[in-house]
Design a protein around this ligand. Structure first.
Ligand SMILES: Nc1ncnc2c1ncn2[C@@H]1O[C@H](COP(=O)(O)OP(=O)(O)O)[C@@H](O)[C@H]1O
Ligand SMILES: [Mg+2]
Length: 254
């Protein structure tokens, strides 16, 4: 199969520190990839580089074979490369339905319309509903975001990313800050994402990683030290040393 998303020899340094060292990877339709690694490994920087929020020192980013390295962030979104953003805290009085409908209108270049007017647009209402369904948010559609649980606010962030019609979805720690008892909300919603969407998720919760990912990429000190199956990652000597030691111990002891 041909790659929908490719990163080719990406490099970035801050001052003298090499934060992204020659990172290359590719994703195909339907991929479910977990990007893991210690704090400071360069995971968030990687997302910022490929989405155009940071400029790399060198390297290329391609979508469907097209070089998008010179595209600004908005243009990359239009090419189908979308990350989730923490915007729900800013507009806490808006409801999930309003958030998603406005994101759709914005995508369609109709953001000048008033927030209320989307009710008269059946297409927008239908799509809003479908997205809220995918993320299990229908029951909360009309409740101000400030009144819904943090885990579900994080789901709304994924819903907003879905409103931008991604081909490749990048999630930077979607379960961060979510109480452990609520991570199943995130896990269940992720299962309902469209099959042909390619998803790369940065995540520290290894139980969630192993249930979600078909492929695991390990970043350590700015370098990919492993790219392979979840089964093999726990056996890899470099990965155990850099990151997984305690997890491998815990699971072999269990
Ligand atoms: N804007 C920046 N300026 C300088 N150093 C940065 C900047 N952003 C990140 N870094 C450094 O780059 C490294 C990787 O950070 P980051 O990508 O946030 O790691 P991760 O997401 O894997 O925890 C860290 O050492 C961090 O301090
Ligand atoms: Mg990070």
């Amino acid at each position: 199969m041909s790659a929908i998303f490719q990163v080719d020899r990406l490099k970035k340094s801050f001052g003298g520190l090499d934060v992204t060292r020659d990172v290359s990877l590719s994703m195909e339709k339907g991929d479910r990839i977990a990007l893991i690694g210690p704090n400071g490994a360069g995971k968030t920087t990687f997302v910022n580089l490929v989405t155009g929020h940071l400029r790399p020192n060198s390297g290329r980013v391609l979508m469907g074979g097209e070089d998008i390295s010179r595209f600004n962030p908005m243009k990359r979104v239009r090419a189908g490369l979308v990350r989730s953003f923490q915007v729900t805290r800013v507009f806490a009085e808006m409801t999930p339905e309003e958030h998603v409908a406005l994101a759709i209108l914005q995508r369609e270049g109709k953001s000048g319309r008033m927030a209320g007017s989307y009710h008269a647009l059946p297409e927008v209402m239908r799509e809003t509903r479908a997205i809220l369904e995918t993320l299990n948010l229908v029951a909360l559609a009309g409740i101000p975001v400030s009144e819904i649980a943090y885990g579900q606010q994080r789901l709304l962030e994924i819903a907003l990313a879905m409103a931008l019609r991604p081909k490749v979805l990048l999630l930077d720690e979607p379960a961060a800050g979510v109480p452990h008892s609520d991570t199943y909300l995130i896990e269940n919603a992720l299962k309902q994402l469209p099959d042909d969407l390619a998803v790369l998720m940065i995540e520290h919760d290894m139980d969630l990683v192993f249930r979600f990912a078909k492929r695991v990429i390990v970043l350590a000190a700015g370098e990919i030290i492993f790219d392979g199956s979840p089964r093999d990652v726990t056996q890899d000597a470099r990965v155990r040393e850099a990151y997984l030691g305690s997890y491998a111990h815990a699971s072999s002891a269990a």
